[in-house]
Write a protein that binds this ligand. Structure first.
Ligand SMILES: NC(=O)c1ccc[n+]([C@@H]2O[C@H](COP(=O)([O-])OP(=O)(O)OC[C@H]3O[C@@H](n4cnc5c(N)ncnc54)[C@H](O)[C@@H]3O)[C@@H](O)[C@H]2O)c1
Length: 449
């Protein structure tokens, strides 16, 4: 069952019933206007595509550079970030690689929480959204409302209201014929595309059991500096705050869950149970996120998905996926080999010579814009994000969580953290606002909202 934007799968098969049950989502979908404004179309390489980058960190810098390699007539026109040092470093790096194509000037560089608005108003055609994912739904909505093509890093949101906003924006992007390309990069990887095609063609039979693991060491921490207020501290350490990152399951291991979803042709899980906690991230330097998760997803087709992820220093790392079917087993080692064993035997020992997935994303997005048939990854990218959120909800609460419950969750993390729960509309952000920090989740005590 694929999330085809209206209505989402698993919530209800009957649209009226679904609309009755989910007032927030219903309001969004019903309100999605039919857009009849003709969009600009681009003859192949006859007109310059102007790119704007919002979120000039590690991934944003890479993605902007890949966007510039993605087409013969594309320039970087504008940049936006909340920190000047991040933007400066990013600009220097991009300029080094693309001296001819970097057209950013002081008039098209914007610092602050409103940088998104200024980049969108600066005359860009395409925007790369690469901030921490807590901002993504709001930025995506603004970008689509402003009529921009979007490359949108994963994950797409850190809570269910955010996913619902992404779904609405994706529906509008479709109507407006705007590209919405997802940063779930493995879907653009030539090697993974080969093995997934084989799985979809039935080479392992029906996938019955899937096991994915995303175990790594620890990550960066930025110690609090004199003069940093709470917002500055959390922004510099966004990874450790669930409203900004979604927790490591949603921010990183979501790649593994996305591969499970891909193997099942984007069938939504029915329910899940999960364990999770923090054994080594005990200090206040690590905000309140977990350092390990394990989840069991159950699907209506009878398939089961088992996922393990861990971020603990000095532990064994592994990033692998196994898909067991009635006729064989498919196995993926991230950045290494892939193989199928069973009735069919196939393997790809080396990825040498295959195009870089991060580049393929941009090549295909630019080509789709030129062709006037823009890519729209909205449905599945929102769904995969939701699958990760559902796992986090189950681990945090210690309860079994159904797809319907998860999708209809009312927990708006950004509004809670910024004390704007009573306000209508999107949350507002400023440097001096008081922030709440949630307690570390305790299964059996933390409530599902
Ligand atoms: N697809 C992949 O393989 C992959 C790899 C790495 C990161 N990512 C994703 O990319 C995103 C960014 O990750 P990163 O590693 O580049 O982090 P980063 O911290 O290096 O970069 C984030 C940047 O966004 C800026 N920022 C924060 N809030 C902002 C706002 N409201 N407006 C404008 N700028 C803002 C920060 O100052 C920073 O420069 C995350 O969603 C992450 O999951 C994806």
């Amino acid at each position: 069952m694929t999330m085809n934007l209206q209505p989402p799968p698993g919530v209800a098969t009957d649209r009226r019933e679904f609309l009755k049950r989910s007032s927030v989502l219903a309001a969004g979908i019903a309100a999605a206007p039919f857009i009849s404004v003709p969009q600009r179309t681009y003859a192949a390489n006859s007109e310059t595509l102007k790119v704007g980058l919002v979120g000039c960190g590690g991934r944003g810098t890479g993605a902007a550079s890949q966007a510039l390699h993605g087409d013969r007539n594309v320039v970087l026109h504008a940049m936006g970030d909340i920190f000047e040092d991040r933007m400066k470093g990013s600009l220097e790096q991009i300029k080094k690689e693309h001296p001819e194509r970097t057209m950013v000037t002081p008039d098209t560089s914007f610092i602050g929480f409103d940088a998104i608005d200024k980049v969108l108003a600066s005359g860009v055609d395409v925007v790369v959204l690469a901030t921490p994912p807590g901002f993504r739904p709001y930025h995506l909505k603004k970008a689509i409302d402003a009529g921009k093509h979007v490359f949108c890093e994963k994950p797409m949101a850190t809570d269910a209201p955010g996913v619902r906003l992404v779904m609405e924006a994706a529906a509008v992007a479709k109507q407006k014929k705007l590209a919405l390309t997802s940063g779930f990069c493995w879907r653009y990887n030539p090697a993974e595309r080969q093995i997934m095609k084989r799985i979809h063609d039935g080479e392992i039979g029906s996938p019955l059991s899937m096991y994915t693991v995303y175990n790594t060491g620890s990550l960066w921490v930025k110690p609090r500096q004199p003069g940093w207020n709470d917002m500055t501290y959390q922004m510099r350490n966004w990874y450790y705050f669930t409203w900004l990152s979604g927790d490591h399951l949603v921010e990183q291991a979501v790649h593994s869950l996305d591969k499970m979803q891909w193997a099942l042709k984007d069938e939504a899980p029915v329910k899940c149970v999960a364990h999770g906690g923090r054994q080594v991230r005990t200090g206040s330097d690590f905000g309140h996120i977990n350092d390990h998760f394990s989840i069991l997803y159950e699907y209506a087709s009878g398939a089961r998905g088992y996922h393990f992820s861990r971020q603990q220093a000095n532990t064994a790392s592994d990033n692998s996926d196994y898909f067991m079917g009635s006729k064989g087993v498919a196995q993926i080692k991230a950045f290494a080999g892939l193989r199928i064993t069973g009735e069919t035997n196939w393997n790809l020992r080396s990825r040498e010579g295959l195009e870089n997935m991060y580049q393929v994303e941009h090549n295909e997005m630019m080509a789709s814009i030129r062709k006037g048939e823009p890519i729209n990854d909205g449905a599945w990218m929102a769904q995969s994000t939701m699958v990760a959120l559902m796992g986090r909800m189950a681990a945090y609460t210690g309860q079994e969580i159904t797809w319907e419950q998860a999708l209809n969750s009312k927990e708006n993390l950004a509004k809670w953290v910024t004390n704007q729960e009573e306000e209508v509309g999107d949350p507002k952000f400023s440097w001096d606002m008081p922030l709440r920090v949630p307690a570390v989740a305790m299964p059996g005590q933390t409530k599902f909202v």
